[in-house]
Ligand binder design. Structure first.
Ligand code: PHE
Length: 337
C-alpha cells in the first residue's frame, strides 16, 4: 500500500471502530512490529538516496497523526464506557421503598438441603471450632507430624500446634471422644487451605458425616450417599466408589456421581468421562476409633466429607468457585427463588 492508501484505509477503519479491543487490534495492524506503516518504512531502502529523507518524513508524519488519532479515540471510547456504566448502574438515592428481599446464599442453600436430608435419616447436626489443634486436625486422625498426607492439605498454621482446620474430619475425633456409640452425626462448617484458583478457595465448606455402631458396613455408606445424591441431583443419579487413600479411613474411597449435565454420556463438564467426583469417604480406621477410646473389635463406622462448593457447582453449573465469594448481586439473585 502507498502512504495515501494506508492513510485512507486507517481513517475509514478508525471511524468504524466501536470498542477498545478493536482499537488495540487496529493499532497493531498499522503501527505494530509487522504493521502496514512499519512495512512501508522498511521499503525506504529500495528508494534512490535523494528521495529517502522526504519519504521518511512523510511516513513519520503519518505515524504521528495515527498515534494522535488512536489516543483521542481511546479517550472517546473510555468516556463512552464510563457514561454507559453511570447510566446503567445509577442508584436512585431518593427511593424510599425496600427494593427487594434478600435470599439465602447458594452455599447456605446446599448446606441446608444436605443437612435436612441427613436429619430425615436420623442424623444429628453439630458444629465445632474453626481454629483447631494439630492433634484433632491431624494426629488423632492417624496423620503424625511427618506423614506425607499433610502435603495434600496446605495448612494455615497459627502456632506449631494450632491451625485453621483443613477438614471437618477434626470433628470426628471431638465427637467420638465425648460420646459413645451408637453415633450418627453430621458437621457442616468452614475449612481452610492455602489454595487459590478456579476450583480451589482458601476458605470453603465441608459437611462431615460419621456413623459408628455395631455392624456398620461400606454398603451402609453407599446407601446413604445414594439417597443424598438422588435427592440433591435427581433420582437418575448413580453413585460410584473408586479406591482411594485417607489415613483415617480404611478402606478409603473417592465417590463419583453420574454427571448431572449429560447424564453420564460424557460432556465438557465431566471431561467426557460421564462421572464427577464429589467427595472422599471410607470406613473409620480402627486406629482412629482406638485413639478415641472406642473398642474397634465391637464397633465399626463410616465417614464422609462432602465439598459443599463442589456440590453447588455441579448442581447449578457454576464454572468458577470464586463467584461464591464476590457477593455480586447479579450472581446471588439467581438462587433466591
Ligand atoms: N477429610 C477428607 C478431605 O478433606 C475427606 C474425608 C472425610 C475422607 C471423611 C474420608 C472420610 O479430603
Amino acid at each position: 500500500m502507498t502512504i495515501d492508501e494506508i492513510k485512507s484505509s486507517f481513517d475509514a477503519q478508525i471511524t468504524k471502530c466501536g470498542n477498545l479491543t478493536e482499537l488495540q487490534e487496529l493499532k497493531v495492524t498499522y503501527l505494530g512490529k509487522s504493521g502496514e506503516l512499519t512495512v512501508l518504512l522498511k521499503s525506504i531502502k529500495d528508494l534512490p538516496a535523494e528521495e529517502r529523507p522526504a519519504f521518511g518524513a512523510k511516513v513519520n508524519e503519518l505515524r504521528k497523526q495515527m498515534e494522535d488519532r488512536i489516543a483521542s479515540k481511546t479517550e472517546e471510547l473510555k468516556k463512552a464506557v464510563l457514561e454507559r456504566r453511570l447510566r446503567e448502574e445509577r442508584v436512585d438515592v431518593s427511593r424510599t421503598s425496600c427494593p427487594s428481599r434478600g435470599a439465602l446464599h447458594p452455599i447456605t442453600l446446599i448446606e441446608n438441603q444436605i443437612c435436612d436430608l441427613m436429619v430425615a435419616m436420623g442424623f444429628e447436626v453439630l458444629s465445632g471450632p474453626e481454629i483447631e489443634t494439630d492433634y484433632y486436625n491431624f494426629q488423632a486422625l492417624n496423620i503424625p507430624y511427618d506423614h506425607p498426607a499433610r502435603d495434600m492439605q496446605d495448612t494455615f498454621y497459627i502456632t506449631e500446634s494450632i491451625l485453621l482446620r483443613t477438614q471437618t474430619s477434626a470433628m470426628q475425633v471431638r465427637i467420638m471422644e465425648q460420646r459413645k456409640p451408637p453415633l450418627k452425626i453430621v458437621c457442616p462448617g468452614k475449612v481452610f487451605r492455602s489454595d487459590n484458583d478456579a476450583s480451589h478457595s482458601p476458605v470453603f465448606h465441608q459437611i462431615e458425616g460419621l456413623v459408628v455402631d455395631k455392624n456398620v458396613t461400606l454398603c451402609d455408606l453407599k446407601g446413604t450417599l445414594e439417597y443424598i445424591a438422588s435427592h440433591l441431583f435427581g433420582p437418575q443419579t448413580k453413585v460410584r466408589f473408586r479406591p482411594s487413600y485417607f489415613p483415617f479411613t480404611e478402606p478409603s474411597v473417592e465417590v463419583d456421581l453420574t454427571c448431572s449435565n449429560c447424564g453420564g454420556k460424557g460432556c465438557a463438564l465431566c471431561k467426557e468421562t460421564g462421572w464427577i467426583e464429589l467427595l472422599g469417604a471410607g470406613m473409620v480406621n480402627p486406629v482412629v476409633l482406638e485413639n478415641c477410646g472406642i473398642d474397634s473389635k465391637r464397633y465399626t463406622g463410616y465417614a464422609f466429607g462432602i465439598g459443599v462448593e463442589r456440590a453447588a457447582m455441579i448442581k447449578f453449573g457454576i464454572p468458577d468457585i470464586r463467584l461464591f465469594y464476590e457477593n455480586d448481586q447479579r450472581f446471588l439473585k439467581q438462587f433466591g427463588k
